[in-house]
Ligand binder design. Sequence first.
Ligand code: UFG
Length: 325
Amino acid sequence: MKRIFVTGGAGYIGSHVVKALGERGCEVLTYDNLSTGHAEAVLHGDLVRGDLADGTLLRETLRGFRPDAVIHFAAHIEVAESVADPLKYYRNNTLNALNLWEALRELKLSNVIFSSTAAVYGIPEHNPVTEDTPLAPINPYGASKMMSERVLADLDASAPDFNYVALRYFNVAGADPQGRIGQKYRNATHLITRALKTAKGEYDRLQVFGSDYPTPDGTCIRDYIHVDDLAAAHLAALDHLIAGRGSAVFNCGYGHGYSVNEVVAVAKRVTGIDFRVEEAPRRAGDPPALVADSRRLRAATGWQPRHDDLEFIVRTAWDWEKRLG
Ligand code: UFG
């Protein structure tokens, strides 16, 4: 049985990974300040309410738990907010993360899984995007994650006993098929959540940001991955580290994408509600297409998606939305 320390385990993706670790029989300790997470989303193990900024509490909690691996989710994640308030992002996502890396080095702990993002690529020239594509983030959110990746790579180079896997998430969506956890974010800006909340009547219309992109139907293409498949990618990364296969960077996506219009059509079909949709101007900073080349993850770890089905993704998200009331 492995002992896994999870920062941000009460959040959307973190809670699905904690669930998967519990199903695997791991002993889990979640460290979360509950600023956007929810204690009841932690389905397995204990929760310490703590902030990454509190280096002392972080170190003492790690010292007491002595994990075999650490999965670091805790971060701010809104692109638009990062543009408006970049220091908030560099402070939390880059600087506070240093407290974690320092504590790990001090306690001689290794095996880190880091939540990174496709936002590190900015507007890539080619799709699907491989991990070797030059990093060129176009917003502070992506830059704050890129900097942490760089710190981890430098640590890896300096300390032979230190290993990490950075997972670059594409568009994560969907919810626990059993309906226990899902996205519960006050200010959801993501397309699928937004479309479903419109179907529920929380918004009077869904805006489609840009219909003049160089894509087949003119709307942006994204690679939507079910959150449980992403959770399984974390378990695969964990096995990779614990087997001593060394540090790595992996894209997490299915390798094909859907346009905004296609997502809207599926949302209407799944909900049975013909909600109002309106063409709107492009949103700043949106690349026309962003699709993962995930061959490296598959080849190195044997990871295979189980829910590569947009309808399933939207249905689980819809079931969860209805539960939220
Ligand atoms: N969109 C709309 N209307 C909406 C919401 C979104 O048309 O109401 C469009 C966006 O313009 C975009 C697509 O739907 O073309 C997907 O947008 P999301 O906001 O759902 O997701 P993003 O692709 O912008 O962002 C995701 C992650 C980020 C990550 C980024 C990498 O949420 O954390 O991918 O580019 F940084």
